[in-house]
Design a protein around this ligand. Sequence first.
Ligand code: ADP
Ligand code: MG
Length: 341
Amino acid sequence: MFHSCVLKKNLLRPVCALLALLLVTGGLTGCGNSSQKQVRKTSFFLNTVITITLYGTEEETLIDRCFELCRDYEALLSRTLDGSEIYNLNSRLTDTVSDETAALIQAGLSYSRLSNGAFDITIGSCSSLWDFSAEAPVLPDKAALSEALTHVGYEKVSVNGNSVTFSDDRTLLDLGAIAKGYIADCLKEFLLENGVRSATIDLGGNILCVGEKPDGSDFKIGIQKPFDEQGTPVIAVSLSDWSVVTSGIYERYFEEDGTLYHHILDPSTGYPCDNGLLSVTILSEHSLDGDALSTACFSLGLSDGMALIDSLENIYAVFITDDYELHYSAGLKDTFSITEY
Ligand code: ADP
Ligand code: MG
């Protein structure tokens, strides 16, 4: 599927999740031979907690350079950051973007088409009316939301080379559901180019493994029990080199009058998807695919989402429904070793 990172030095502000996925790796401590060395640093970019762990090295500067890349990508792709390419497009200050932004918008449009609009990068006019991170979140005005909804529709956007045009002057792009996955792929490429052979990249629960653990074994990635404040995993998946991304209703939400409002919106209503799902986790080679598909499948719901995953090669999913039941896509359990807790 889509993958190409260009911006290596100079790039969003997606959203983000608290830690939906956990690394259940046994900690190695630094010293002794190189296979036992490790360095881990945590920072806050892209509106989320970012943790990068390198194995077989104690070279912190590579992690600092990853953080700089996160800052650059945020400055390029954020919907809300004044001066970003997406901000300028949405403000109609320009119709020209970099190769990298154009390619990511194209990828977003492909997923919008693939999901028949359940995933839609033109959700911006609606998502900008919600603020799930506010100290005292308020429900958007109903009339404003239904007006905003009339500007949602991926078919209103055309990308031609570096030019991005809209058939509706009030359509707004929001790459929040794919940007972190894309950035994780870019960080991995950067680390590989710099000689790293074993690492984990965790962008707010969007986890991408580089290689395998230094002892040749798989990383063990936990999938969190929804709403569990201790982050207790329900299962852990053993894998190397792959991505594990979760979209869930417990990541960003508020409650009003007994109703929970979360940040994955149904592009046909402008309101949070309400379909009995608590989370969807995607296992894929590239994190961009995982990020897009976790949001897409959440929006599609269990039945259509599972059918989509089963139609795709080399992509697997775990859906958790509101009875805390786990639903695995075809072949997942034959492909990966799963630990159930
Ligand atoms: P997170 O980034 O928190 O892990 P997601 O990848 O599921 O979660 O992305 C959710 C974000 O994507 C929202 O905050 C919003 O910016 C945007 N979004 C919400 N609903 C949709 C949708 N149906 N299609 C595309 N983007 C969406
Ligand atoms: Mg996503």
